[in-house]
Design a protein around this ligand. Sequence first.
Ligand SMILES: Nc1ncnc2c1ncn2[C@@H]1O[C@H](COP(=O)(O)OP(=O)(O)OP(=O)(O)O)[C@@H](O)[C@H]1O
Ligand SMILES: [Mg+2]
Length: 214
Amino acid sequence: MTGRLVADAVAYRRGGRTVLDGLSVSVAPGEMLAVVGPSGSGKSSLLAVLGGLEPPDSGTVLLDGAPLRAGDPAQRRRFGLVLQGYGLLTLLTAAENVEIALQARGVFGQEARLLAGDALAELGIAEVGGKLVEKLSGGQQQRVAIARALVTSPDVVLADEPTAELDHGAQDVVIEALHEAAERGAAVVVATHDPAVAAECDRALRFHEGRLAG
Ligand SMILES: Nc1ncnc2c1ncn2[C@@H]1O[C@H](COP(=O)(O)OP(=O)(O)OP(=O)(O)O)[C@@H](O)[C@H]1O
Ligand SMILES: [Mg+2]
């Protein structure tokens, strides 16, 4: 299955401020879209709305033509999210964090262990699988979060600053993994400050103060 994600005239307000102001965007299966803009311009907010984590104040977000429904588990399972701050369980190992995403989709035991190991290896961090997340560096944690998002082959990948803590070599590994997700048909959205990362995407949505900037 692959996903087409469409936001139509989405407005989103936070703390009395309009963060997204009538924003429309469509991401096709197999497409990799960069979201760029200065700090505070609304990149993370857009990803939260696109991922169904935050309901828009007006407008709609559709996955394959169906509106996102808060708490719909079947719909949730179609997303792979990499959040700013990662949201890892720090008292579990890296591998266990990745396995949890599989377990939530009914994959357990040896199969989950093998898939998690493969995902960590693809991100170049096979050797940290048995370590507690709290003992890992920021860049290692970032790649664990990406492995967790990609291991389930989601239809939609939303990655918020997925290379922020990485050196160039590790950045390339992450970009390659995101490209592979798009090549197998996922709609991929990457929020980034980094022009080099945006250049690796098919196109870029540049915005400032909730509006598309030219
Ligand atoms: N929980 C909140 N309460 C009030 N305002 C918020 C909240 N979360 C975000 N905002 C505001 O929404 C705006 C957009 O924030 P957002 O995190 O989406 O920006 P961003 O482009 O991701 O920034 P960064 O590059 O620093 O990650 C900011 O002005 C921020 O102050
Ligand atoms: Mg952000």
